[in-house]
Ligand binder design. Sequence first.
Ligand code: NAP
Length: 326
Amino acid sequence: MWILLMSCCAVIFVVHIFCRMSRGITRSSTCLIGKTAIVTGANSGLGYQTALNLASRGCRVIMADVADMENSKLNIIKHTNNHNIIAKKLDLSSLQSVREFASDITKTEEELHILINNAGVPGSEENRTKDDLHPAMQINYFGHFLLTHLLINLLKKSAPSRIVFTSSILAFTNNLSLANLNFDESTSNNPKFYRHLCIYSNSKLALLIASDKFAEKLKGTGVISNSVHPGLVTTPIYDRAYSLVNSQIIELAWRCVHFFFAKDAWEGSQSLVHAAVSKKVGNLTGKYFADCKPFFKPLCAYDKKWCEEIWNATEELVHLKPNERL
Ligand SMILES: NC(=O)c1ccc[n+]([C@@H]2O[C@H](COP(=O)([O-])OP(=O)(O)OC[C@H]3O[C@@H](n4cnc5c(N)ncnc54)[C@H](OP(=O)(O)O)[C@@H]3O)[C@@H](O)[C@H]2O)c1
C-alpha cells in the first residue's frame, strides 16, 4: 500500500515538474505603439491577460466581449497607463451582433493589425440559438469564422497583420463530421459529459481548420493566421464547465488536476501573445502553436478535401454573402 502511494506521489511530482519546466514563455519585446488589436473574450481569463499584455506594449486594444467590461478595461488602463483601450459589446452567439460589431469596427477603425479570436465556452444548456446553430459551436467557432471574414479587408489593408485562433489540445478528441458540424443535442443519447466534450472538441478542431484555411487563402496578402493551444489553464471557463456537467466527482478530480498541473492565466496567455506579436513567428502561417512552439495537428486537419468541405458548409451556415467569401 505504502509503495503504491509513494509511487503515485513520485509520478505526480515528476509530471508536475515536467509541466512547470515545459511552459513556453514568449521572449518577445515587440513594441505595439501605433498598432490596433481586437481580442474577443477579453473580459476574463486568457483574453484579459492577452489584452493586458498587448496594452502594456502600447497597442490600441479593442476588448470585445458579451460581458460588461468596464472593470476589466479600467484595470488594464490602471496597470499599463495606456488609455487607448476600448470596450465594445460583441455577442458571438448572434450572427447579427457579429455583423453589427464588424460594421462598427470597419467604420471607426482605420487599421487592424491583430485579431485574436479567443472567446469560448465549454458547452451550453441550450440546444439552439436564434440563428438555428448550436450555441457552443456558434460562440467558439461560427461567430469567429464570420467575424474574421467581415474584418478581412481591414486586416489586408493594414498588413502585415495577424489572426490568432484560440484552439485547444482537445481538438484531438473530436468526432467532427459534416453531419454534426451544427450538432443537434436533442438527437443524441450520449451522456451529458460526453456530449459537451464532443461539441467543445469539435468547435476547437473546426477553429484550427479555419485558421489553416485562412492561412492558405491569404497567402501573399501579408496576413498570417495561426491557431494556439494555451495549455491547461485555471480560468473561469471551468466554473462554467463544472455547473454544466453537474458531477461532484468530476469536479473534484478536475480541481486536483488543476492544482498540480495547470498554468495560471498569465502563463496561458503566453502562446497567444507569441503568435500575435513575436518576430520569431515571422511569416509562419497555418501553424498550430503550443508553449510558443509549432506543434503537430490532429491527422484529419491534414485532409485537405475534408477541410474544404467543412469550410464550405460553414460558409452556408453563417450565411456568408458571395462578395464576403474568400
Ligand atoms: N482555460 C483552459 O484550460 C483552456 C484550454 C484550451 C483552450 N482554452 C480556450 O481559451 C479561450 C479563453 O478561455 P478562458 O479559459 O480564458 O475562459 P474564460 O475566462 O471563461 O474566458 C472566456 C471569455 O469569453 C467570453 N464569452 C463567453 N460567451 C461569449 C459570447 N457569446 N460572446 C462573446 N464573448 C463571450 C466570456 O465572457 P463572460 O465573462 O461573460 O463569461 C469570457 O470573457 C476559450 O476559447 C477556451 O476554449 C482554454
